[in-house]
Design a protein around this ligand. Structure first.
Ligand code: CTP
Length: 408
């Protein structure tokens, strides 16, 4: 592939040297386009040596080959890493006052951007609006990650690691742009919380990261997404909230989630139930905080009643052309495999696809990676996917497309 790597002026530019090296090692032809500020962090000789091509920041060099548009026209993929707040603003406005700007305007290739800046700049309404504009044009965002920043402070703003940028970039390049254009998707994410009294609840360890990744992947590929979020941290939701094709709706309990999904289901082409829904709720929620004084003995008993199975209900009410996807987090016991359990659940639920993954005390939850096997309605393996939750999400949508192609 012909890959253009734009580099703007941030300290994270040193990590981009490794990204370029990874791309070259994979056999890609890499052309680096730094901004004038970027070369104050990493100089031209480094970029030239590592990419094995001449590097310039100016539209006035190599004019005979019309370099200011040639790079963009030739590119199969454009990566901007790091993308500073300034570069994002220029991209959103379409400014072309340097070689990176002209290259970005001249390209029709997928553009993948890895923002890097301080948390305050990332959260500024101007940056938030610029990100939304770029996403609306199909630009794929990688990160920023949450962690230590240069000034000793920490928070979201750290450029994603080169390996993560590479993975997102290769996925974007392999994907036909907007292949889910016009699709109406409902995705649930996170864990429900079932109240016991005004201060306590029964919850679960779902972070919502996989569901949010499913929503973002669909939206980046052109779908209009309603993301129904049970308990999900604001930080995990931030990217989705800013996406122009994602609408976020909150639902706290299993009953609230069932109501929200039920209302949205009529218009949906695809429903993905990634939320961890509590199977039981407390029969009688106390209006007053339960107190030990009022307890009759050394323990208390909570009476739980079963919640409706939302997924099974959706499958029963499924209309023609609607695709329903479930998730199954399993802890297989002795003498049975993950797939045995998955197949039993697939048969019981009747969804078009069931994404089965193994969980445990230290597996599956809160992490940024996942490993799933997608089973079809007959319990056959439709796909196996592993890696980042975004990668798993893209594999899920590929399988959804395939399933819908078969039934159309
Ligand atoms: N689910 C649902 N409504 C419920 C419980 C689960 O819609 N009341 C959905 C989940 O969103 C998920 C799928 O069903 O997509 C499987 O959830 P899981 O908790 O693994 O299945 P259960 O039916 O609860 O089976 P069990 O807990 O017995 O393994």
């Amino acid at each position: 592939m012909f890959v253009v790597v734009g580099v703007s002026g941030g300290i994270a530019a040193y990590k981009t040297v490794h990204l370029v090296r990874l791309l070259v090692k994979e056999g890609h032809e890499v052309h680096v386009v730094p901004t004038a500020d970027a070369v104050r962090f990493v100089g031209l000789p480094t970029w030239e040596a590592i990419s094995r091509h001449p590097v310039t920041t100016s539209v006035h060099d190599d004019v005979a080959r019309v370099r200011h548009v040639a790079l963009g026209q030739s590119a199969d993929l454009v990566i901007v890493a790091p993308a500073t707040a300034n570069t994002l603003a220029k991209m959103a406005t379409g400014l072309a006052d340097d070689l990176l700007g002209t290259t970005l305007l001249a390209t029709t290739a997928p553009v993948v951007v890895a923002p890097a800046m301080h948390t305050e700049m990332w959260r500024h309404p101007a940056t938030v609006a610029n990100i939304a504009t770029l996403r609306g044009r199909g630009v794929v965002m990688v990160g920023p990650a949450d962690g230590e920043l240069t000034g000793g402070d920490s928070g979201p703003g750290r450029m994603s690691e080169p390996e993560a940028i590479l993975e997102a970039a290769l996925t974007a390049a392999a994907r036909p742009a907007a292949d889910l254009d016009g699709l109406r998707a409902v995705v649930t994410a996170g864990g429900t919380r079932e109240p016991i009294d005004p201060v306590r609840f029964i919850g679960n360890r779902s972070s919502g990261k996989q569901g949010v990744a499913v929503a973002l992947a669909a939206a980046d590929r052109g779908a209009d997404v309603l993301l129904i979020a049970a308990h999900v941290d604001e930080g995990v939701l931030a990217e989705a909230s800013a996406h122009p094709r994602v609408r976020v709706q909150r639902a706290g309990t299993a009953i609230e989630l069932a109501d929200a999904v039920g209302e949205a289901a009529g218009d949906a082409d695809v429903i993905v139930m990634a939320a961890a829904v509590a199977d039981y709720r407390v029969a009688e929620v106390s209006d007053a905080k339960l107190s030990k004084d009022a307890a009759a003995g050394p323990g208390i008993t909570l009476h739980l009643v079963e919640n409706d199975d939302i997924l099974a209900g959706l499958v029963q009410a499924r209309r023609d052309g609607q695709t329903i996807v479930g998730f199954a987090a399993e802890t297989p016991g002795e003498g049975e495999t993950l797939l045995d359990r998955g197949r039993r659940k697939a048969a019981r639920k009747g969804a078009d696809l069931l994404a089965v993954n193994q969980v445990g005390w230290s597996r599956g939850f809160e992490s940024d990676d996942n490993e799933v096997t997608l089973l079809d309605a007959a319990g056959e393996v439709a796909a196996v996917a592993g890696g980042s939750k975004r990668k798993v999400a893209d594999a899920l949508w590929n399988a959804v497309r395939e399933t819908r192609g078969k039934t159309k």
